[in-house]
Design a protein around this ligand. Structure first.
Ligand code: UDP
Ligand code: MG
Length: 349
């Protein structure tokens, strides 16, 4: 069900003047020392300037302390400390909003996304691609259950969200400033960044990598959060669930009608008829059930409209540590670009 990507003339370019690396962090005190070591070593191999934006998503452990120490020791490291746990997608958005580089990489704190892959991503960026995502060819050390749910998740999302949504791709990716500005112009409350990147378009390509095991600590994405993300993705992007309930309602109503016709014919032909008690109960249940399902899904959409209409901020920054003085003007300039891009946003699919 892959759709054809539009043809793009790639314009080769140099390294970005500044590469921003955005890392979301939630209770990662065990992983942070490893991350600091690996990222510092990786930055030394980079031929361009870099900034690291560590977003602390309301960690309740000592993550913030680690981050502040790191930021004090290394001026390239900024810490964006959110006021509470807003969830991975909102934390990532906060980091992307505050990144100042011409190219931005989003990655996890647990080193499952190896920083060394960024060098390959930069090669593709230099060829002219605006989005370079990391595609997991192998997932080291993950349970069969996690692998199976991930497999189903990606295929389902492709049907529901966008045929260009690549399979086996997480949020580990590099995006150019142009694509990022388009992405930042989308301020919806319920966010599924991967789908949004697929939606904005731009030339996209993949680099393959083996997904390592988590360097330390536990996953912060339990099955409940995965299901919530899948639900957000499905309901925020596609009216298919709404249509499904509509179809199911028609099907169940049709079964009820057939049942009625069957009863009429049997009574005309004088065939044996059950007293009627059970069929009334069954039809009642079916009709009641289909109505409830429809109302439930409809309520989900109405609830989301309600939340979006409130236009609350997606996150609240409590403190912005080690923020460079010039970044205010850079951000204002970037905001100008966002507004310019938002006027040119393409026709919705
Ligand atoms: N994370 C976050 N906020 C949350 C949950 C997770 O910022 O509410 C971060 C987490 O610290 C990690 C990344 O998102 O850097 C991905 O989470 P995790 O590695 O636990 O997910 P998994 O790889 O197991 O799917
Ligand atoms: Mg992880």
């Amino acid at each position: 069900m892959a759709s054809k990507q539009p043809y793009f003339q790639l314009t080769p370019r140099g390294f970005p003047q500044t590469l921003s690396i955005v890392v979301t962090t939630y209770n990662e005190q065990e992983a942070l020392p490893f991350l600091r070591q690996r990222l510092t070593a990786f930055l030394a191999t980079l031929p361009c300037r870099a900034e690291i934006l560590m977003v602390n998503d309301g960690s309740s452990d000592l993550s913030l302390k680690h981050l502040i120490e790191w930021s004090n020791a290394d001026p390239r490291v900024r810490v964006l400390n959110l006021a509470r746990n807003f969830g991975h997608q909102a934390a990532a958005t906060a980091g992307l909003d505050h990144a100042t580089g011409e190219a931005v990489v989003l990655m996890d704190a647990d080193l499952q996304d190896p920083p060394e892959v960024i060098a390959q991503m930069l090669d593709e960026y230099r060829k002219g691609y605006d989005v370079v995502y990391g595609r997991r060819t192998k997932r080291a050390g993950e349970t069969a259950f996690k692998k199976a749910t991930a497999w189903v998740f990606y295929r389902l999302m492709r049907i529901l969200i966008h045929p260009d949504l690549p399979s086996d791709v997480g949020d580990f990716r590099l995006v150019s400033r142009a694509c990022l500005n388009a992405l930042l112009s989308m301020r919806e409350t319920h966010r599924f960044l991967r789908g949004m990147v697929a939606w904005v378009g731009f030339p996209q390509t993949a680099v393959d990598y083996t997904r390592d095991i988590r360097v330390a600590g536990e996953t912060k994405y339990p099955i409940s959060k995965m299901v919530a993300l899948a639900w957000t993705a499905a309901v925020s992007f596609s009216p298919t669930p709404l249509r499904l309930s509509f179809g199911l309602g028609i099907l169940i109503a049709a079964i009820g009608m057939l049942q009625a016709v069957n009863a009429v014919i049997r009574s005309i032909l004088g065939l044996h008829l059950v007293e009627g008690w059970s069929s009334i109960i069954v039809v009642n249940c079916l009709v009641g059930g289909s109505v409830l399902i429809s109302i439930g899904v409809l309520g989900e959409y109405v609830g989301r409209i309600f939340e979006s209409i409130k236009e609350r901020p997606l996150y609240i920054v409590a403190s912005n540590i080690n923020r460079p003085a010039e970044s205010v003007s850079t951000q204002l300039a970037a905001l100008g670009d966002v507004l310019a891009v938002s006027k040119e946003v393409p026709v919705e699919k």
